[in-house]
Design a protein around this ligand. Structure first.
Ligand SMILES: Cc1cc2nc3c(=O)[nH]c(=O)nc-3n(C[C@H](O)[C@H](O)[C@H](O)COP(=O)(O)OP(=O)(O)OC[C@H]3O[C@@H](n4cnc5c(N)ncnc54)[C@H](O)[C@@H]3O)c2cc1C
Length: 393
C-alpha cells in the first residue's frame, strides 16, 4: 500500500454529472496549475520551509508558470480572466497532496481583486506586475482578536496626519501575513463609527512600527497564518483603497468570490480524500477479504460519492451564474455553507474507513482531515452563512 496515493487527475473537473461550465481557456488554466503543482510543488512540499526566502522562491516559480494574478486586466498587461480562475486554482491546490501541509499558499488572488477594485491606476501599475511575477505576496488583514464574525467591532484605527494616516492596532489569523510584501489593512478613521469609517489601506509590512509572527495552527504545519501588530505605522493617503469608508464595499465584493473559492477548495479536498479512501479500501485486507467488499464500505462510499457530486453540481451552477452576472451573495453563502459542511462529512467518513491509519500523521488523509476543519470557520463561519441566508428570506 502506498503512503502517498498518486493524485488521479482524470475526471476531476468532470465528475459524473458532466456539463462543464468552464471555458476552453479556463480548462487550459486548470491544466497549467496541475502541471505546476505536480512538477514543482509535489516533490518538495514536505521540506518546504516557512521562511520568507523559501516561500518567495516558490512564489516566483508560480509567477513564471503563469498561475498568479490571472484576473489582472489586459490594460495592465494581465490575462484579464474571470475570478472563476481563482476557484480553479483553489480546487486544484486542494486536490494536491501539498494542501494539507502548506495550506492555501498561492490562493490569495482574491486580494488582487481589492487592489483592482479600489486602487488608483498608479498603485495598480506599481503592484500588478509584481503580483503576476510572484515577486509580491499579498495578504488581507481584517480579523482582530476581538473582531471576527463581528467585524464592525474592530479597533484598529487610522488617524489623519498631514498627507498621511497613522495606523495602530492588531490583526490576527492573517493568511500569508508573516511573509507578505503588501498587506491590505482595514482600519477605522473614526473609532466611534461602526462600518461607515472602515477604510482599506495598502500597507508595507516592512515599514517601521509593523511586527508580525506566525501562529501555530491545527492544520497546515508548514502554513503561514500570522498575527500583525501596527504601532503608529505611517501610511500615505494615496494608499487608501476604495475611498474613505469604502472598506465594506470592497470586502463584500471580494468575500462573495472568496466564498466560492473556499467552496471549490472544499470540493477539491473531498475529491482527493474520496480517491485515497477508495484506493485504500481496495488494498486493505481484513477477515480474508478486501475492505471494499463489505457491504457497509460500499454503501458508505456510495453515499460519499453522491454527496460530492451534489456539491459539484451546486458549485458548477454558481460558475454559470458568475459568468452570466446573475450570481447573488446569498447563493454564495449557501454554496459555502453546503459544500464546506459536505466536505467535512466526507472527510469524517473517509477517516473512519482508514481505521487507525487515518489517525496516523504518516498518511496524507490525516493532514487533509485537520486542514479541512477550517473551511467551516474562515471566510465567514457556517453560522454567519446561515445568518446571511436568513436575512434574505
Ligand atoms: C487559517 C485561517 C486563515 C484566516 N485567514 C484570514 C485572512 O487572511 N484575513 C482575515 O482577515 N481573516 C482571516 N481569518 C479569520 C477568519 O475569517 C475568522 O476566524 C472567522 O471570520 C471567524 O471569526 P472569529 O475567529 O473571530 O470567531 P467568532 O466571530 O468569535 O466566532 C465564534 C463562534 O461564534 C459563532 N457566531 C458568530 N456570529 C454568530 C451569531 N450571530 N449567532 C450565533 N453564533 C455566532 C461563530 O460561528 C463561531 O462558532 C482566518 C482564520 C483562519 C483560522
Amino acid at each position: 500500500m502506498s503512503i502517498e496515493t498518486p493524485v488521479d487527475r482524470e475526471g476531476i473537473s468532470q465528475g459524473l454529472l458532466h456539463h462543464s461550465p468552464f471555458t476552453e481557456e479556463e480548462d487550459e488554466f486548470r491544466e497549467l496549475v496541475r502541471t505546476f503543482l505536480d512538477r514543482e510543488i509535489e516533490p518538495i512540499y514536505q521540506g518546504l520551509a516557512t521562511d520568507s526566502e523559501s516561500r518567495h522562491k516558490v512564489w516566483k516559480q508560480a509567477g513564471e508558470a503563469g498561475i498568479l494574478g490571472a484576473t489582472v486586466p489586459e490594460t495592465y498587461d494581465g490575462l484579464g480572466m474571470s475570478p472563476i480562475v481563482n476557484m480553479i486554482l483553489s480546487q486544484e491546490m486542494a486536490r494536491s497532496h501539498c494542501y494539507g501541509t502548506v495550506g492555501s499558499l498561492f490562493c490569495t488572488d482574491l486580494a488582487t481583486g481589492i487592489l483592482l477594485d479600489g486602487g488608483s491606476p498608479e498603485l495598480i501599475r506599481e503592484w500588478a506586475p509584481k503580483i503576476m511575477a510572484g515577486e509580491a505576496i499579498q495578504a488581507m488583514a481584517a480579523t482582530e482578536p476581538e473582531a471576527g464574525s463581528d467585524l464592525l467591532a474592530m479597533r484598529t484605527t487610522a488617524t489623519p496626519d498631514g498627507d498621511d494616516f497613522i495606523i495602530s492596532g492588531e490583526k490576527t489569523f492573517i493568511t500569508n501575513g508573516d511573509i507578505a510584501d503588501i498587506v491590505y489593512v482595514v482600519a477605522k478613521t473614526d473609532p466611534a463609527a461602526r462600518g461607515k469609517s472602515m477604510t482599506m489601506f495598502l500597507v508595507d509590512p516592512n515599514a517601521p512600527g509593523v511586527t508580525r509572527g506566525k501562529l501555530k495552527t491545527m492544520g497546515f504545519p508548514a502554513g503561514n497564518t500570522a498575527e500583525l501588530h501596527f504601532d503608529n505605522v505611517r501610511v500615505p493617503a494615496s494608499h487608501v483603497l476604495g475611498g474613505l469608508g469604502g472598506a465594506m464595499r470592497l470586502l463584500m465584493h471580494s468575500l462573495a468570490f472568496d466564498r466560492l473559492q473556499i467552496s471549490a477548495r472544499a470540493l477539491g479536498q473531498a475529491e482527493l480524500a474520496f480517491d485515497m479512501t477508495l484506493q485504500y479500501a481496495k488494498d486493505r485486507r481484513l477477515f480474508g477479504q478486501n475492505l471494499f467488499d463489505f457491504q457497509n464500505t460500499k454503501f458508505q462510499l456510495a453515499s460519499l460519492k453522491t454527496e460530492i457530486e451534489v456539491g459539484r453540481a451546486f458549485l458548477h451552477e454558481m460558475v454559470r451564474k458568475v459568468r452570466s452576472g446573475t450570481n447573488t451573495d446569498t447563493e454564495a453563502a449557501m454554496t459555502k455553507l453546503w459544500v464546506c459542511e459536505m466536505s467535512g462529512r466526507v472527510l469524517d467518513g473517509c477517516i473512519q474507513l482508514f481505521g487507525g491509519m487515518g489517525f496516523s500523521d504518516e498518511m496524507p488523509i490525516s493532514r487533509i482531515y485537520t486542514s479541512n476543519r477550517v473551511l467551516r470557520i474562515y471566510g465567514g463561519t457556517s453560522e454567519t452563512m446561515k445568518q446571511s441566508i436568513a436575512r434574505a428570506l
